[in-house]
Design a protein around this ligand. Structure first.
Ligand SMILES: Nc1ncnc2c1ncn2[C@@H]1O[C@H](COP(=O)(O)OP(=O)(O)OP(=O)(O)O)[C@@H](O)[C@H]1O
Ligand SMILES: [Mg+2]
Length: 302
């Protein structure tokens, strides 16, 4: 606005001076005197030059505005990512605390109770009379039962901390077991199509694949209303990465991604990004959700 006022004032001042001094007439006489130099022809050229400068200024202004807009958008994206990161960290801490609390409760209630029962029965057997075989047998049975309960609890806890089958049987068997258990629990058909890898898969890639499938299946149970899920796990054609594809035939995501409040998908993205991989979610209302993941292969530790 200030620029406009200054330019307008300059134009008016120029007009007043020109009309006072008869500037055009003086210039015309000057040009006529030096006709041999063709000075009057320069006027038009300077006019074109000034239009060129105006166009240049306009272009620079437009480019600066675009760059500024892109910068603001990038800053907003960074702020959003930071917010998601903060939320994720808080959720991770919360989940960790919940898990610890649950483990502590199980240790206290189940382990404590069963250990006390075993000690009581062992004590009974220790002090039992020689002719009390029925009592000793009952105590032994109770000890056996308590030991079985403890064993089951221990397996459950280990499974929560880290799926043991991942270490013992490998990724394919672990996912197969996960699918079968999930299918049994939910009644939704789960088809797993694994392809053998020609190179060993590193532990971080294996755990990430397993956790991604776990979260995807949990989401299908909670949100998809699906009849079947298909999981493909293979290597890319150059054998440098793992390709994971999870697809359901449910209702698809209603909300555009990012507007949802949950942290499961954000967590999936974080896990994939941590291994320098790529994740794509393809969804449309009514046509299910398809998740495609590429994870570069890391060397398996010997
Ligand atoms: N397979 C799916 N089918 C339909 N909608 C889905 C599916 N998976 C995710 N969604 C939608 O995406 C949203 C975000 O999922 P996300 O896993 O991030 O969060 P959540 O499952 O709601 O909560 P949590 O943080 O416990 O995982 C869900 O609220 C749901 O609306
Ligand atoms: Mg979820």
């Amino acid at each position: 606005m200030t620029d406009l006022v200054i330019i307008s004032l300059a134009v008016v001042l120029c007009f007043v001076l020109s009309s006072q001094l008869d500037l055009s007439e003086l210039m015309a006489m000057f040009f006529k005197r030096h006709e041999a130099w063709q000075l009057d022809e320069w006027l038009l050229s300077f006019f074109v030059f000034s239009i060129g400068l105006c166009w240049f200024a306009f272009r620079r202004n437009a480019e600066t505005n675009t760059a500024l807009r892109e910068r603001i958008e990038a800053e907003q994206k960074v702020a959003e990512l930071l917010r998601q990161n903060r939320d994720l960290s808080q959720a991770l801490i919360r989940v960790q605390e919940d898990e610890r609390r649950a483990l502590a409760r199980d240790l206290h209630d189940e382990f404590g109770q069963n250990c006390t029962a075993i000690r009581t029965d062992a004590n009974y057997i220790f002090h039992a009379r020689a002719d009390d075989s029925a009592g000793v047998l009952a105590s032994a049975k109770r000890i056996d039962h308590a030991a079985q309960t403890l064993h089951a609890l221990c397996r459950d806890m280990l499974g929560r901390l880290r799926p043991p089958v991942l270490d013992s049987l490998g990724l394919h068997a672990a996912v197969q077991e996960l699918c079968e258990t999930w299918e049994e629990q939910t009644g939704v058909a789960c088809f797993f199509f694994p392809e053998e890898f020609s190179v060993p898969v590193g532990d971080d890639v294996a755990v990430t694949c397993y956790r991604l499938i776990q979260e995807a299946l949990t989401n299908v149970t909670r949100h998809a209303d699906a009849h079947k899920v298909r999981i493909d796990l293979s290597a890319t054609s150059d054998h440098r990465a793992v390709k994971l594809h999870i697809e359901d035939d449910g209702c698809g995501m209603a909300e555009p991604e990012g507007s949802a409040l949950g942290l499961g998908i954000v967590g999936m993205r974080e896990r994939v990004a941590a291994l320098h991989g790529e994740i794509k979610l393809k969804h449309a209302p009514g046509s299910g959700l398809s998740i495609e993941v590429i994870l570069p292969l890391t060397k398996a530790k010997a």
